[in-house]
Unconditional design. Structure first.
Length: 122
């Protein structure tokens, strides 16, 4: 009879040890998950900041690349959809920056207007 009670007690202790071990593993995994969430948050913030800085840099490059002696407005039906608008801006900015580097001069507003028309946004 004593051996049955001892066996049950040993079995109970074994279950308690398993529960404690699983609790410790769960806590370690939860901590690891929290650390990963924090890393992801920092990466998202860094990406947003880099994207913002990249857009600002491209706009500065555009301003540095465009000759504004002519105050003619650029005819553009800029798309309302944010993704289309971003694509339009990127295409136009890329073209202006490429032209300014290739030609080693500022690009005239009339040239940009012609590209806008060519891209079909007029």
């Amino acid at each position: 009879m004593a051996s049955l009670a001892d066996s049950e007690r040993i079995s109970e202790l074994s279950r308690m040890e398993d529960i404690c071990r699983m609790d410790a593993e769960t806590m370690a995994l939860e901590k690891q998950l929290m650390d990963l969430k924090e890393q992801l948050r920092r990466v998202d913030e860094a990406h947003a900041l880099k994207t913002k800085k990249f857009r600002e840099l491209k706009k500065r490059m555009l301003h540095a690349s465009v000759h504004l002696s002519c105050h003619r407005d650029i005819p553009a039906n800029v798309p309302n959809d944010i993704e289309d608008q971003a694509e339009f801006e990127e295409t136009l900015l890329d073209w202006v920056v490429d032209q300014s580097f290739e030609l080693d001069r500022k690009v005239a507003v009339d040239e940009i207007a012609a590209v806008v028309v060519k891209l079909g946004y007029y």
